[in-house]
Design a protein around this ligand. Structure first.
Ligand SMILES: Cc1cc2nc3c(=O)[nH]c(=O)nc-3n(C[C@H](O)[C@H](O)[C@H](O)COP(=O)(O)O)c2cc1C
Length: 203
């Protein structure tokens, strides 16, 4: 599918029909998420996939009873991780991938890459990771559209309730959800966006 067409066709789908996404397409979408960029290459995320319709309905209860979540073929819950400080094994292992076997180089890069996260508290670390998770969210949404699969990004949820529903433990917290499936109806509204001239300014 042409990129421009994909951007036009992707929309916040409010209701899905009962078709299931194939495992092949699902893998394509998830692999696109895995390839997302992230600050310092931390990849501070995990993607939980729900494909059971009863579980999707239960998840929807934590998401303001949104019908798109309930009727989705699959929901991908993108978890943000908060173990991104110099003391954390995960952060260290992510950085080691770039520094080779030299301990001196590793310590130098670790200091640089965790300079900002070492100053953050748990809430700020979550916010930092959540920003990265949104990139994976967009990438997976467009990957889905590329396969003719509709989606809706879901930020309307009770975070505490979703975290509990998923039985999440440190270092994971729910960042955002992507509901996936095939649209039941055509979008109700045409795309509304600010004018190019009001958004873009050459300086
Ligand atoms: C981070 C984020 C969270 C969103 N949360 C919801 C949501 O909970 N429920 C919903 O129906 N749409 C949600 N949306 C979809 C937006 O409302 C939608 O993208 C916007 O109105 C533009 O419409 P379009 O995507 O159809 O072009 C969310 C979008 C983003 C980016």
């Amino acid at each position: 599918m042409k990129f421009k067409k994909m951007l036009k066709l992707r929309h916040a789908c409010k209701l899905f029909d009962d078709r299931k996404i194939s495992q092949k397409d699902l893998k394509f979408i998830l692999k696109s998420g895995v390839l997302s960029p992230s600050s310092h290459g931390f990849e501070p995320w995990k993607f939980l996939v729900i494909e059971d319709s009863e579980k999707n309905k239960a998840l929807s209860k934590c998401c303001q009873n949104q019908e798109n979540v309930a009727t989705a073929s699959h929901n991908i819950i993108i978890l943000a991780r908060t173990d991104l400080q110099s003391k954390d094994e995960f952060a260290q292992s992510q950085i080691r991938r770039f520094t080779g076997s030299s301990e001196e180089n590793f310590q130098r890069v670790l200091k640089i890459y965790t300079h900002d996260t070492d100053l953050m508290d748990e809430k700020e670390l979550f916010h930092f990771s959540q920003l990265q998770c949104y990139l994976a969210l967009m990438q997976m949404s467009l990957a889905a559209m590329n396969k003719g699969i509709d989606s809706c990004m879901i930020g309307g949820f009770d975070k505490k309730a979703v975290d509990e529903f998923l039985n999440l433990k440190y270092p994971f917290q729910t960042a955002v959800i992507l509901s996936l499936g095939y649209k039941k109806n055509e979008p109700k509204y045409a795309k509304v966006r600010l004018d190019y001239k009001d958004v873009v300014e050459f300086i």
